[in-house]
Design a protein around this ligand. Structure first.
Ligand code: TNX
Length: 584
């Protein structure tokens, strides 16, 4: 189980090397467009006086993961949250304000009411039209000089911290939400405490203007090898949202279990869902469970991508419906970890009725635009039958109105509108994938040797696989999605995804142990401008996250490469590792 230590009373001491940000030495500038009514000026004066007595805020404005696009600190302008603070928000941003208040109330003990008004208060969330969101003029960026008329887009935001208050401005509620996550990280680490904690709730002064590098930033959870209850999935969504990831890919079906109820083929879940790796009882999500996950994710501006893995990885479906098997004989249930032996019969029309029914029901339950068809490791299906099958399956998905996503083995199939391939190779080189991109496919990058969160960190990591090598946090961070696959131009890269396969992962604590600290590394590759990419600086910013995870009760791998502050502690899972090695 995750540790849940008592929250420390004060902000932890920084480690020997003070965290730095790419832009922490950029001089402060005054920014146009920030209203200064009398009450705000009075608050600012009071804030400055209190700040002068109390000293600087413990967190620095650039100490955010993922690194923001532009950071302009104003050391004179820090703000301290007080017990009488009110969150002001216009109606469309209300839900984000409620969530922000929900993060801040437990540790502060402040009531933090949310008021429906766009008037400036100490904490204001503003939704503005695109062209008003970022004032023109010299907003300097540490990396690339002045930026004029930057557009915040679908997920960007601007955060202004003055002694008088904090204002988050965005064009969409998603942008406000990303900005609210930044504000959360700018408060001292004890803000993560689930119980009331005495601390000075100071936010460093200045301005952040921020937006993502890639539109698609995701993680995958394999709920098929081991089943995880809804609550665990919701917690994973929270982890994604914290680091501004916006997609949760659920690997819902595999040889060891079928995890989603399908009304037209009820035995898929009832029979196919009753097994998992190692012989446990498995489980599956009812339609309402799945709706709950999707809705919870949507509120956090995370889109669920369901995967029905076809034509291979289907042993659980064949156990439930032997008519789908090539020999029409049910195989025994499978609870091992080999891959590539099972497949649905590509020569039987009944198989296509099954595919149409399943993708139809899953599409109807899924508000997001994507449906993942799998397509990996169908080793027993001859190349031409494989291609015929996936081309038909792609068309069945397109007929539901969803956009097809598939592992890069789908590459040889014909293009369908919008098709997205997910790269999981380890050598960055595959002419078929490059060719599919030339024919119109876009790519999600999940290189097995950098982004696979089921790989061990080090030889002695108690759980995990190692077929793609060991992946410590530095290896997870040191690559560039835009140039990773030969022959695939940056414009064809939709984004990044970090998959967590769960052959060896059996609990919430083990999920977290494999996610942290690598998930924030992948999140930064997806969000931050390439100019901010810098291992020493990332390492320092990441170190400052450790006490937050400790206080929030999040289990993580205490990588020896990271200068964790002394208040960081975690409980490491100790499960032995029964697994075999799949081949890519
Ligand atoms: C390969 S990646 C697989 C999965 C395994 C994983 C283990 C991919 C598309 N297929 O079936 O779980 O390796 O690392």
């Amino acid at each position: 189980m995750p540790t849940n230590p008592a929250a420390p009373e004060t902000e932890p001491e920084p480690s020997g090397t003070r965290p730095t940000s790419p832009s922490s030495d950029v001089p402060a500038v005054s920014l146009p467009g920030v209203p200064a009514p009398a009450a705000e000026l009075a608050r600012a004066a009071a804030g400055r006086a209190a700040g002068a007595l109390a000293g600087p805020a413990p967190v620095r404005l650039g100490d955010v993961v993922p690194a923001p696009e532009q950071v302009l600190p104003d050391p004179a302008g820090h703000f301290t949250l007080s017990a009488d603070a009110v969150l002001q928000v216009s109606a469309a941003g209300r839900d984000v304000a409620e969530q922000l208040a929900g993060w801040l109330r437990p540790a502060t003990g402040f009531p933090l009411p949310v008021a429906d008004t766009a008037e400036g208060g100490p904490l204001t969330l503003t939704l503005s039209p695109a062209d008003a969101a970022v004032p023109s003029g010299a907003v300097a960026t540490a990396a690339s000089g002045p930026v004029d008329h930057a557009r915040l887009g679908d997920e960007g935001y601007r955060l202004d911290v003055t002694a008088g208050g904090v204002r988050i401005t965005a064009v969409t509620p998603a942008g406000l939400f990303r900005g609210a996550q930044t504000l959360r990280q700018l408060l001292p680490a004890p803000i993560e405490s689930p119980t009331v904690t005495a601390a000075r709730w100071a936010v460093p002064g200045g301005t952040i203007v921020d937006r993502p590098r890639f539109a698609y930033r995701g993680a995958m959870l394999d709920v098929a090898r081991h089943f995880f209850p809804v609550e665990d999935v919701l917690r994973v969504v929270d982890h994604l949202a914290r680091y501004k990831l916006n997609h949760l890919h659920l690997h819902l079906t595999d040889d060891q279990g079928w995890r989603i109820a399908v009304d037209s083929w009820p035995r898929l879940a009832e029979v196919g869902g009753a097994t998992e790796v190692g012989g446990g009882t498995g489980g599956w999500y009812t339609r309402d469970d799945y709706r709950r996950i999707v809705a919870y994710a949507a509120r956090r501006h995370v889109t669920v991508v369901p995967e029905i893995d076809l034509p291979g990885h289907t042993n659980a479906a064949l156990v439930a419906y032997p008519e789908l098997a090539p020999g029409k004989v049910a195989p025994p249930p499978y609870t091992g970890t080999e891959v590539g032996f099972s497949f649905v019969d590509p020569a039987d029309e009944r198989t296509y009725a099954f595919v149409a029914d399943v993708v139809g029901e899953v599409a109807a339950l899924t508000p997001g635009p994507w449906l993942h068809l799998g397509g990996d490791e169908a080793f027993k299906v001859p190349a031409d039958s494989y291609r015929t099958f996936v081309e038909r399956a792609q068309r069945l998905v397109a007929a539901t109105g969803k956009t097809v996503v598939g592992w890069h083995q789908l590459a040889p199939a014909e293009h369908v509108d919008g098709r997205v391939l997910q790269w999981w190779g380890t050598n960055g080189d595959d002419p078929e994938t490059a060719d599919a991109v030339r024919r119109g496919a876009r790519l999600i990058l999940s290189p097995g040797n950098h982004a696979y969160l089921d790989m061990k960190y080090a030889p002695d990591t108690p759980i995990g696989n190692d077929w793609a090598g060991l992946i410590d946090v530095r290896r997870a961070y040191e690559w560039d999605p835009a140039t990773h696959v030969r022959g695939v131009p940056a414009e064809a890269v939709l984004g990044v995804e970090a998959p967590l396969w769960t052959e060896t992962v059996t609990s919430r604590a083990e999920i977290e142990f494999m996610l942290f600290p690598r998930l924030p590394a992948i999140a930064e590759l997806g969000w931050s401008p390439r100019e901010t990419h810098d291992w020493p600086r990332f390492r320092s910013r990441l170190a400052a996250q450790g006490p937050r995870w400790t206080i929030a009760g999040i289990t993580f791998h205490p990588s020896p490469k990271i200068p964790w502050p002394p208040t960081t502690s975690t409980q490491i899972p100790t499960q032995p590792t029964p697994h075999t090695t799949p081949t890519p």
